[in-house]
Ligand binder design. Structure first.
Ligand SMILES: *Cc1c(COP(=O)(O)O)cnc(C)c1O
Length: 220
């Protein structure tokens, strides 16, 4: 199967209102171009320096999403162009993104990463920490970031019911946030959940954005 065919198949399988982030981490520019030529415009990377090198080399109308854990000292490299940062898991990190975005007169869209998996290794906030962050004076004063929603990763397991439970938990927190008043820097409309192995479950649970790598580009 070619990248083009994989991409078209996935695009067919997901509803129109669900955005597709093609996760191109570790893949060469020629693979990204093949997806681009098949119409894909949103690409996700998990290392800032790799993403920046690709951003410079590839067409300028690509929307680059940072989906990995963000290292504070590297934010400056993506601040000029990044379209969405999925993995914000602390107020401190958000403050640094806000500061770097201001240097470029930009507002950087961000998602708060929520810990839903059973595993210790996955980053993220719990529901209490999300509310605490959003309610803080420090957040309310920020002018160069906008919280656009939530991101989460389910446990790596074959147990579909567990995955479903974890995604449903995240959807329910997202619903709670959508009932809050919108502000200058808070407008939750994106729920980023679902990868190659679990995107159908994620969509059934209310995902609005899936991040798919290996099913498009092959195994890494
Ligand atoms: C790598 C990665 C993906 C894509 O994973 P696949 O299983 O290859 O689809 C999605 N989200 C995050 C955060 C990732 O790091």
């Amino acid at each position: 199967m070619s990248i083009r065919n994989n991409l078209l198949e996935i695009r067919e399988a997901i509803p129109e209102n669900v955005s597709l982030v093609a996760v191109s981490k570790t893949k060469p520019n020629e693979d990204i171009l093949e997806a681009y030529e098949a119409g894909q415009r949103i690409f996700g990377e998990n290392k800032i320096q790799e993403m920046s090198a690709k951003q410079q080399a590839l067409p300028q109308d690509i929307e680059w999403h940072m989906i990995g854990h963000v290292q504070t000292n590297k934010i400056k490299f993506m601040a000029p162009y990044v379209a969405l940062v999925h993995g914000v898991d602390s107020l401190k990190l958000l403050q640094e993104i806000d500061k770097q975005a201001a240097k470029h007169q930009r507002v950087i869209a961000c998602l708060l990463q929520v810990h839903i998996a059973n595993e210790e290794t996955k980053f993220g906030l719990d529901a209490g920490e999300v509310n605490e962050l959003l309610g803080s004076e420090t957040f309310r004063k920020m002018t160069n970031v906008e919280i656009k929603g939530l991101m989460g990763m389910a446990s790596f397991t074959d147990d579909k019911r567990q995955i479903q439970n974890e995604f449903s938990q995240l959807k329910s927190l997202f619903d709670d946030l959508q009932r809050l008043p919108k502000t200058h820097n808070f407008n939750p409309e994106i729920l980023s959940m679902g990868m190659s192995g679990d995107y159908s479950i994620a969509i059934a649970c209310g995902s609005t954005m899936v991040r798919i790598g290996s099913s498009i580009f092959g195994t890494r």
